[in-house]
Design a protein around this ligand. Sequence first.
Ligand code: CTP
Ligand code: MG
Length: 183
Amino acid sequence: MDIIRTILVAIWIMLPTYVANPAAVIFGGGKCIDGGRFWKDGKRILGEGKTWLGLAGGTLSGMLVGWIQEMLVKASGTNYFPSFGNGYGVLLFALAFGALFGDSAKSFVKRRMNIERGEKSPYFMDQLDFVLGAWIFATILTLGQFWAFFNIYEVLVIIIITPALHRIVNIIGYKTGKKQVPW
Ligand code: CTP
Ligand code: MG
């Protein structure tokens, strides 16, 4: 097994997911998804940090990057990086939208745990929510086909490197004024 290639391919396939999250930070703003509504516990359903523009901008940005990747693979004829497959549009949607769905699901759980918007969450929730959301959506929308080219080693690579990548991107977001907190 070529470890370097496993790492690069894992990142390649997850790139639409990795792009969706920071793109939501860049495009976010305006009306929030929960419409300002509260849950039974008196706390916001999702909170001010989850907006329709973030969801749409993040999903479309992730899909656009994936589409560019697909075109590059086809144009270059390389087989070092995989194609996203026949129904790649569906998979790209799953990888990008699933990321933001996972992120919103995490916010729902955070609010129920009485953790304010922007505060850190326990158990790597902030770091792995979007990856988990992407995998769940990819599994469902491709009817399991996703796992035909994404293997257990790539899963391990992603689980290990994502918290570090997440931290780096958020520090950049904080320093450039895009994020209020560096996590
Ligand atoms: N964002 C958005 N819409 C989304 C996701 C993110 O507008 N669907 C924007 C918001 O401005 C948000 C920022 O990106 O504040 C950072 O995202 P994130 O860290 O996921 O949200 P938090 O503000 O930390 O809120 P939470 O505690 O709910 O995770
Ligand atoms: Mg946050």
